[in-house]
Design a protein around this ligand. Structure first.
Ligand code: HEC
Ligand code: HEC
Ligand code: HEC
Length: 199
């Protein structure tokens, strides 16, 4: 195939993929509206994200305590920006020492077990490969958040697809809900494919 054909094929595949993503997103948006803790909370229209606590659909608007809480926009102002979700690069915020999350509700001083291990998942087609970084996750999360319920701890042992992620499974248990949403393709698909003669 010529370079041009490869390119138009790639464009078609991306367009098809995006149409599918859009359909799944619409379905899950409807779901998210009925239950704010469902998948895609972070993919609400931009203007509705980071709403003040009484309006966010999560906190009890009738409770006086809700009105005392700092608004996310104010709290996030000094943190490094991201393009979507709740607009914060949380790992960068921690690396820069701007936030220091507690490791445990009870044992405040117990340091987390950080595992510096990247898992590369090769992706068929034109999308760059996915690099899953243990380091950044285990700075926040205990192993038991993922192993063994979400992922068997063995490289390649888990079937992961974009469809399952969009439906709130696998990476989608968190991404789109409490971590940056699926719209930020390149943060997961971060390892470019090796250049071949065809491109
Ligand atoms: C946010 C989710 C998540 C957390 C938290 C997490 N892991 Fe993993 N782990 C994964 C994924 C995803 C894989 C890759 C599975 C695959 O490729 O099918 C993996 C793979 C592994 C593997 C297999 C590596 C290999 O080369 O076969 C081990 C071992 C492992 N994890 C240990 C840990 C330990 C120890 C912790 C805590 C310090 C931890 N993981 C925390 C998601 C997580
Ligand atoms: C148990 C929850 C959970 C699961 C499951 C999970 N993540 Fe994450 N992930 C997080 C959190 C929390 C962060 C940090 C907050 C943020 O960046 O929004 C994060 C951050 C990341 C980052 C950014 C790291 C950085 O340096 O900025 C990447 C990349 C990532 N996740 C990829 C994945 C992939 C790929 C999977 C599935 C194989 C996955 N995650 C599964 C919770 C999760
Ligand atoms: C939270 C991390 C994450 C984000 C964000 C993400 N992906 Fe993926 N994507 C994955 C993982 C993991 C796989 C499975 C790779 C494998 O085969 O093991 C995957 C697979 C794919 C595949 C291969 C076919 C399939 O369905 O498995 C395509 C195409 C794809 N992603 C496109 C996209 C596009 C386009 C975006 C942005 C709209 C995106 N991805 C955002 C993690 C992510």
């Amino acid at each position: 195939m010529t370079g041009i054909n490869m390119r138009s094929l790639a464009v078609l595949m991306i367009a098809g993929g995006l149409a599918l993503l859009a359909m799944l997103l619409l379905a899950s948006l409807a779901e998210a509206q009925s239950d704010p803790n469902r998948f895609n909370r972070l993919m609400k229209p931009a203007a509705e994200r980071n709403a003040p606590p009484p309006e966010d659909g999560i906190h009890d608007a009738d409770s006086p305590g809700t009105h005392l809480l700092q608004t996310p926009r104010e709290a996030f102002d000094a943190l490094p920006d991201s393009k979507s979700g709740n607009y914060v690069q949380w790992n960068a915020a921690m690396d820069e020492g701007l936030i220091e999350p507690r490791n445990s509700l009870t044992m405040v001083s117990t340091p987390p077990i950080v595992l510096d291990l990247n898992i590369v998942r090769e992706v068929k087609g034109s999308m760059p490969d996915v690099v899953y970084p243990h380091k950044q996750h285990t700075q926040w999360l205990d192993c038991s958040n993922c192993h063994p319920a979400i992922f068997i701890p063995q490289k390649g042992a888990n079937q992961i697809s974009m469809a399952s992620i969009l439906l709130g499974e696998k990476c989608g248990v968190c991404h789109g809900k409490v971590a940056f949403p699926v719209s930020e393709c390149r943060r997961c698909h971060s390892r470019p494919k090796e250049q071949t003669a065809a491109n």
